[in-house]
Ligand binder design. Structure first.
Ligand SMILES: *Cc1c(COP(=O)(O)O)cnc(C)c1O
Length: 418
């Protein structure tokens, strides 16, 4: 038997899984079929409120849309955050529909000229990934007569320890190396573009509170050094994010209150070069990841060479990350449960496998669950970030699952797409 990750506190301790006040069977009836993603917006809203209370004054909160671009979710979340971070022209269009252009920033390598032009004409800030991209953005500004708003994304000379994804301290497609960033600021400013500041993102999915604190302090120090080298005060310093959520057995949550207090101390003693700057942190999964549940129905219970397989109607084409094939080195089990008998004794060791013809399609490996039968519903938690949009949904041509935003204040009823 192998362990599973911790069921998020919002869902644990129930006998039958209830999401936003409604039992799973009710949601499935509403959607018409499984598989299905449900996001409980009240969980997201309380995450935002908790972080706001923890962060010091002068620090904005941005949402990175790529974590979950489901349109009703982005629309509901946009008014609760100060900015949206986008990574493509598609995300930019989505963000412009729900947020002022001046609060939107566009990062990501390989931005096409047409994407840069969209952002410049709209008035969004481009987080420049290279000198070459800067030259193209400045040329588009000249050609269109619109002053580009440009920030320099810096490839930091350190990394966020404990990161699931390391983004600094090495050669990188992301950002301009720290030792060349001040020169690029000079180029931008002398060209007459609107220099917006620095974007410094050192890693993702860290559960190490102390590492996040140290990284934020190092990020502030780097921004101050670059500002002094460039001889200019950055209007905004985007400090990145990297707050992880506990996916696997033994994982524990980050302590955002301690992080916020330490950031307050670090800001209080910051270098004069940052005296007039605003700051931002940008988060994806910490805001939305725990709010999502993926529901999939057992089609078949089969035995093979002494092992039990629960074959379900979903799979890695919807929830790649739970199969261990999205950026994990060692496959471990996401939190999983039998939705209709959450608190029944776990008497069986089973593997939950998806309906795709590949041995990669394993959503839970040798986990203890209550005895399950065809028709039972399996819940896979932590499906609110990097779920459907980060999965190969066309692989094997199964239908696209429904998504529901539950518990949204402006629309208390479910919203569906397919
Ligand atoms: C993906 C990404 C994020 C969000 O990361 P999470 O781990 O979901 O919080 C933030 N900023 C940038 C630049 C990103 O690429």
């Amino acid at each position: 038997m192998k362990p599973i990750g911790p069921i998020p506190p919002d869902f644990s301790g129930q006998s039958r899984l209830t999401i936003a006040g409604r039992e799973v069977a009710g949601w499935i009836e509403e959607a018409g079929s499984t598989p299905l993603f449900i996001y409980d917006f009240s969980i997201i809203a309380s995450r935002v409120a908790r972080l706001r209370a923890a962060l010091p004054a002068g620090v904005d909160l941005h949402y990175a849309i790529k974590a979950n671009p489901f349109a009703p979710l982005v629309r509901a979340l946009a008014p609760l955050v100060d900015g949206l971070d986008v990574a493509s022209a598609g995300e930019l269009r989505q963000a412009l529909g729900v947020k002022q252009a001046g609060t939107i920033s566009f990062a990501g390598p390989g931005k096409r000229d047409a994407e840069l032009e969209d952002a410049i004409l709209a008035g969004a800030t481009i987080n420049l990934e290279s000198e070459g991209e800067a030259a193209r953005a400045l040329a588009i500004g000249d050609r269109t007569g619109v002053t580009p708003r440009l920030a320099v994304r810096v490839n930091p000379d350190f990394e966020l320890r404990g990161s699931g994804m390391r983004m600094g301290g090495r050669a990188s497609p992301f950002g301009v190396d720290a030792d060349r960033a001040a020169a690029l600021v000079g180029t931008i400013r002398s060209s007459g573009a609107d220099w917006r500041g620095f974007h410094i993102f050192a890693g993702s999915q860290s559960l190490d509170t102390q590492a996040i604190i140290e990284t934020q302090a190092a990020t502030l120090a780097l921004a101050a050094r670059l500002a002094n080298d460039a001889g200019a005060q950055p209007p905004l310093v985007n400090l990145g994010g990297g707050f992880g959520i506990p996916y696997f057995a033994g994982d524990t949550p980050v302590d955002v209150e301690t992080i916020g207090a330490a950031l307050g101390d670090a800001l209080a003693s910051r270098d004069d070069a940052l005296a007039a700057s605003r700051f931002a942190i940008e988060l994806g999964r910490w805001l939305v990841g725990e709010a999502g549940v993926y529901l999939t129905r057992v089609i078949d219970c089969k035995q093979s060479q002494g092992e039990t397989f629960l074959v379900v109607d979903g799979g890695l084409h919807h929830q790649l990350a739970a199969s261990g094939n999205f950026g994990t080195v060692v496959r471990r089990n996401y939190p999983v449960a039998l939705a209709n008998r959450l608190d029944a004794p776990a008497t069986e060791t089973v593997s939950v496998v998806g309906c795709l013809c590949t041995p990669l399609d394993r959503l839970a490996d040798k986990v203890a669950l209550p005895e399950a039968h065809p028709g039972d519903v399996i819940a896979i938690f932590l499906a609110g970030a990097y779920g459907l949009s980060a999965s190969p949904v066309n692989f094997l041509s199964h239908p696209v699952p429904a998504q529901i935003l539950a518990g949204s204040p402006d629309n208390p009823n479910a919203i569906f797409t397919s």
